[in-house]
Design a protein around this ligand. Structure first.
Ligand code: PGA
Length: 251
């Protein structure tokens, strides 16, 4: 099955960087990929990017949604607005949201419900800190976050989960392949138990995915795709990761 490769531009990118997305779309038009590909730019670029990506193989997503569909929430953007602007998916509960904005699992679950109500496919992020990993708590923490961040409303819906160890994000280091496989297998089992009649959600790995390590990570049967930060900003790197996903499914 094709992998899901999502670029998370975070607070990077301006008008001129839309050309990077154009280059990704053009390459995928020339040589279609087995992967489903999406780019999540900042709110201010989202509408323009969605217009440029219409009719291409690149979907557009948001990096966050508000839990309400409208109201007096200065500076926030609702899932319905994002859908209206052309988004088809939304990253929710990224560790940078959890740490910068003190988002709790309950709030993440509410945002996931809001995304579903607006027809956005939620990409729900989970991951342990370095200290938790060192104390042998990684699995326990991630499974607890999954339990509390994934609302029952996901039953029967399309969604994805991203395992992103916080200590690997933007750090240039990743867990070992065995460590990634262990967490992904446990998450897959937890999701099967929790949502038995739902199409299995892809479980993405995120945290310093780059062209050099993408193929090995994506070749793990348990890894359904990648959530890519820094390496999604340049078309050449992002495309190399997409092609690594193709190579991983082909072998
Ligand atoms: P990174 O970020 O690829 O730059 O480590 C991944 C993420 O935070 O989604």
């Amino acid at each position: 099955m094709g992998k899901l490769i999502i670029g998370n531009w975070k607070m990077h990118g301006a008008s001129r960087d839309l050309a990077e997305a154009d280059a990704v779309a053009a390459d995928l038009a020339r040589r279609p990929s087995s992967a489903r590909v999406a780019i999540c730019p900042s709110f201010v670029l989202l509408h323009r990017l969605a217009e440029r990506m219409a009719g291409t193989a690149v979907a557009v997503g948001a990096q966050d949604v508000h839990a309400n569909d409208q109201g007096a929430h200065t500076g926030d953007v609702s899932a319905a607005m994002l859908h209206d602007a052309g988004a088809s998916l939304a990253i929710i509960g990224h560790s940078e949201r959890r740490s910068d904005h003190f988002e709790t699992c309950d709030q993440v679950a509410a945002k996931v419900r809001a995304a579903l109500a607006a027809d956005l496919e939620p990409i729900v992020c989970l991951g342990e800190t370095l200290q938790e990993r060192r104390e042998g708590l990684a699995l326990e923490v991630v499974l607890r976050q999954a339990r509390d961040s994934l609302p029952d409303a996901l039953a029967g819906k399309d969604f994805a989960v991203a395992y992103e160890p916080i200590w690997a994000i933007g750090a240039g280091v990743t867990p070992s392949l065995g460590e990634i496989a262990e967490i992904h297998a446990a998450l897959a089992q937890a999701l099967r138990q929790r949502f038995p009649n739902t199409r299995p959600a892809p479980i993405l790995y995120g945290g310093s995915v780059k062209p050099a390590n993408a193929r090995d990570i994506l070749a793990l049967a348990e890894v359904g795709g990648a959530l890519v930060g820094a390496a999604s900003l340049k078309a050449s790197d992002f495309l190399a990761i997409i092609r690594a996903a193709d190579a991983a499914v082909a072998r």
